[in-house]
Design a protein around this ligand. Structure first.
Ligand SMILES: [Zn+2]
Length: 99
């Protein structure tokens, strides 16, 4: 999903501003944005897929995005992300049963 011009401007600010110049909240938002822009492979077609690209109605930085049905924008199949119990590799996609 392509971000709106306002989202693009805000995301650019969060990505390019040195961390020590961001407020605490903006540091958290920058971290969430960085995580959402990671692109682990889709479990179906193995194409790199970011959380932002997989949110069909637009990924929102201000929301938890927990009720979103993520869909691979390359193969169209539903995916969900999982956070491993132990830190280190970050989140990755897994398949979900198709209705
Ligand atoms: Zn796919």
């Amino acid at each position: 999903m392509t971000p709106t011009p306002e989202q693009s401007a805000e995301w650019y600010r969060l990505r390019t501003t040195p961390t020590n110049l961001l407020t605490f909240i903006d540091q958290q938002r920058a971290f969430l944005l960085k995580q959402a822009q990671r692109s682990p492979p889709c479990p179906h077609c193995h194409t790199p897929l970011s959380e932002i690209d997989a949110a069909p109605d637009g990924w929102k930085l201000e929301e938890a995005n927990t009720n979103v049905q993520f869909t691979c924008c390359h193969c169209g199949k539903p995916v969900a992300f999982i956070l491993p119990l132990f830190a280190g590799q970050g989140w990755y996609w897994f398949t979900v049963a198709q209705p």
